[in-house]
Design a protein. Structure first.
Length: 243
């Protein structure tokens, strides 16, 4: 929850630092690539076996999501960013329909998005101060965005889902907006208004209610377990049957 809260807080803090949104995006995505380099070939092979819809979600959840969040954070408060990012997930889960696209089309769309971002940066529309920003700013955003959000929060959440199922980690994650709102008070001097409290109560309560309403069927584990766990379970049943 603290790592997720740090994402919203650092998004809000970009304007007060010596970095631009593009600079922080570079730190956000290059850092995990460097830290996880030994595992990249296996990850690429796994992604190539995924459905096109999954690959499209992975692409959209990267640079487009980050830049949109950074733009919104520059226009609003950390509390609002912390509320909308996790709070809108159940809404989009209900609205988005599965699409069928070939892997080549998905990769082509990702290349177009990357090319547009590169073009905007090169022409100065999305300016960069990464080479002139203060070193403490670079280190802080690298630690919180690159290592914290880019690596640790993702691995921690994946491990939690594997061990506990998806509902319980999602419910716990719904508390991150509360932490974001509280930490924004001393960090940015943002007041906790009555409207923020009402919105916080409704959104967090809705997220918890959405995930708490999901119940595993009879004889099933909580939610969808990890494929390796399911395979082990099937193997164990087969061994016992053979015995």
């Amino acid at each position: 929850m603290l790592l997720w809260a740090s994402f919203a807080l650092t998004i809000r803090g970009i304007g007060g630092s010596g970095l631009t949104a593009v600079d922080v995006a570079v730190l956000r995505f290059v850092t995990p690539v460097l830290l996880l380099t030994p595992w990249l070939p296996r990850a690429v092979r796994a992604v190539r076996r995924e459905r096109p819809g999954v690959v499209a979600c992975l692409c959209l959840a990267g640079l487009p999501h980050f830049l949109l969040a950074a733009w919104g954070g520059s226009l609003s408060s950390a509390a609002l960013v912390g509320l909308l990012l996790p709070g809108s997930v159940p809404l989009f889960v209900a609205l988005i329909h599965r699409t069928r696209r070939g892997i080549n089309q998905t990769l082509a769309l990702a290349a177009i998005v990357a090319g547009v971002a590169t073009l905007l940066t090169a022409t100065g529309i999305l300016p960069s101060r990464l080479t002139t920003a203060p070193l403490p700013d670079i280190l802080l955003f690298t630690a919180l965005q690159g290592v914290g959000t880019g690596v640790l929060s993702t691995l921690s959440y994946a491990y939690a889902v594997r061990r506990l199922g998806s509902s319980l980690p999602a419910v716990c994650g719904a508390l991150s907006p509360v932490l974001t709102t509280l930490l924004a008070v001393p960090l940015f001097g943002e007041p906790i208004t009555a409207g923020t409290i009402v919105a916080l109560t409704l959104i967090v309560g809705g997220v918890i209610g959405f995930h708490s309403s999901v119940r595993p069927g009879r004889g099933q584990a909580s939610d969808v377990g990890h494929p390796a766990d399911l395979a082990s379970a099937r193997g164990g049943r087969a061994d016992r049957a053979g015995t």
